[in-house]
Design a protein. Structure first.
Length: 184
């Protein structure tokens, strides 16, 4: 399995997330999860979330020393605009969050909430026919550092939309590399 390779500080930071058609040949090793290809630093633990009947992978969470990050892709209109809708839904305070606020981020609005003493940050980016969403969960003392780490992950993420005609907000399928699937 190929893992994220640390670049030296002189290497420019990618400006993704990228559509697979525009993905750079930048030498960054990414974990191929089917609909998303994400950089994963050595030492990161992967946690796989399965559907209740264990037939589908719902998410792959990256557990780091700072907390947990998750990057997922969803079907969207080619014209974009799904992330602002999702932001509005998140601000309606889902039962899982005790508070929510908007912060300005690299790609626009980010939603920051709290639940059970943990900070949850949602970052979204609209692409051509897709929306990618990153979620970071951590303790308050690590909130700024995990937000920066999630942005780094998203900047280097490649989204593989596929050609299926899917309704907006449909999660794009996640597939595990054989090496990981054998361990489940």
């Amino acid at each position: 399995m190929k893992w994220f390779r640390r670049r030296n500080r002189d290497t420019p930071t990618p400006s993704g997330p990228y559509d697979v058609r525009d993905a750079p040949d930048d030498g960054v090793s990414r974990l191929d999860l089917g609909s998303v290809r994400i950089p994963v630093e050595p030492g990161t633990e992967l946690r796989v979330e399965l559907s209740p009947d264990h037939t589908e992978v719902r998410a792959v969470h990256l557990q780091t020393a700072l907390g947990q990050c998750t990057v997922s892709a969803y079907a969207a209109s080619p014209a974009g605009g799904l992330w602002p809708e999702v932001c509005s839904d998140l601000l309606d305070l889902p039962p899982s969050m005790e508070s929510a606020r908007v912060e300005r981020g690299e790609w626009g609005r980010e939603i920051v909430g709290e639940r059970d003493g943990m900070v949850i940050r949602f970052i979204g980016v609209d692409g051509p026919g897709w929306m990618v969403r990153g979620v970071a969960v951590t303790e308050p003392l690590s909130a700024d550092r995990i937000a920066a780490a999630l942005r780094d992950i998203m900047r280097a993420t490649i989204v593989v939309r596929g050609n299926d005609d899917l309704p907006d907000r449909t999660p794009l399928p996640i597939t595990l590399p054989d090496e990981i699937a054998r361990h489940l």
